[in-house]
Each structure stands twice: as structure tokens, then as C-alpha cells.
Design a binder for this molecule. Sequence first.
Ligand SMILES: C[S@@+](CC[C@H](N)C(=O)[O-])C[C@H]1O[C@@H](n2cnc3c(N)ncnc32)[C@H](O)[C@@H]1O
Length: 195
Amino acid sequence: MGPVMLTRLQLRLGRLYALFTLPRGAVAAEIGVWAGGFSRRIVQLRQPAELHLIDPWQFMPQFPQRMYGGTVAASQSDMDRLYDDVRRRFAGSASVKIHRRGSPDAASEFADGYFDWIYLDGDHSREAVLTDLVAWFPKLKPSGMMVCDDYTWVDEQGERSVKIGIEAFLKATSGRTGRAVLGQFFIAKPSQEAD
Ligand SMILES: C[S@@+](CC[C@H](N)C(=O)[O-])C[C@H]1O[C@@H](n2cnc3c(N)ncnc32)[C@H](O)[C@@H]1O
């Protein structure tokens, strides 16, 4: 098996690992939804009480090497189609709430301490990852869990931007730590923290 296949396999396993370690019946969010493939897995395997799906479904030509900037979607109509597909896919799921809004703005819709867990898989730029973590971490309940996808992702400049963004977040909050497992990064919120 080549290195690209191996990395893909690791990521798949990492996502499954994340799904099986996160609690069932939770109040959860997925930031960055695309076509809702992982959202469907969350619903199937974790049956959340609430699952908030957050994505602007906006074509971003400034990122020509990303799926929503040119490698898969080629225009805003493609993103509109994805959004419509996601709406259709979850039309019968009362627990799924779709927010067509960019992160971190969408975070302001929720009270602090609202979520049991949040799966972060939106804009992978280093600044965006840091901004998202700063905006969403307070939205976790005590003992809640933040999971960041694509920890080892390499951006257009050849930097591991997700990792850099996460490290900047951890550094800014003294004493906070996390752990990487198969391309996923887990940051647990302590049971007692005034975030
Ligand atoms: C890698 S895809 C998400 C894949 C999805 N989580 C899955 O596993 O199937 C990245 C998504 O992030 C979205 N995105 C980009 N910028 C965003 C932002 N500021 N807030 C939320 N989502 C964003 C894109 O529209 C795209 O759908």
C-alpha cells in the first residue's frame, strides 16, 4: 500500500475511532459538513439528541486546491446543490438542525456550555482553526470534547496548518492539552473550568 492510501486509511480509522469514543445521545455539532457523509455516520452510530450542522456552503475560489474552491465544486451552484442535498438527506431527522452560516459567526447562536461534543472540520487554515477553537471551546459543557479532523493536513503553503492552529490554541491557554489519534486531535474540557 502506498503512502497516500495509508494516510487515507489512517484518517478513516481515526474518524471511526472518534465516533466510537464520543458519547451517544449527545448534543453535538459538526463544523464543515460538505455533502453530509460524516453527518450521516454520526446520526447512524451516535444517535445524537441534537446534531447541529454548520457550513456556509460557499464557493471559495481563493482556495483553488480545496474541495469547496475548485478541486471538486467548480461554482456557487455546486455548493448550493450540496446544501440542497444535505437538506433533503436530513429532512426526516428532527434531531438534525442545519445552519447555513460560516464559523465562527455561527458560534454566537449558542449559549456557552451547550454542547457535549463538537467535531471541527471546516476551514483548515491555521488562523481559521485557531479562531474556531477560541469561538467554539467555550460552547462545550464541562467534560465536553472537541475533536479536530485532519490534524496532519498540509495546506497550500506546505504547512501543517491544522496542527499549527491547534498548538497556538493550546499555547494560549496554559495547562490545556490534547492528544492526537490517527489524524484526529482530541481536546477535553475539564470538568471544572470557567471558560
Ligand atoms: C473537508 S469538508 C467537510 C467534510 C465533512 N466534515 C465530512 O467529513 O464529510 C470542509 C467543509 O468546510 C466548509 N467550510 C469552509 N469554511 C468554513 C467556515 N468558515 N465555517 C464552516 N464551514 C466551512 C466547506 O464549505 C466544506 O464543506
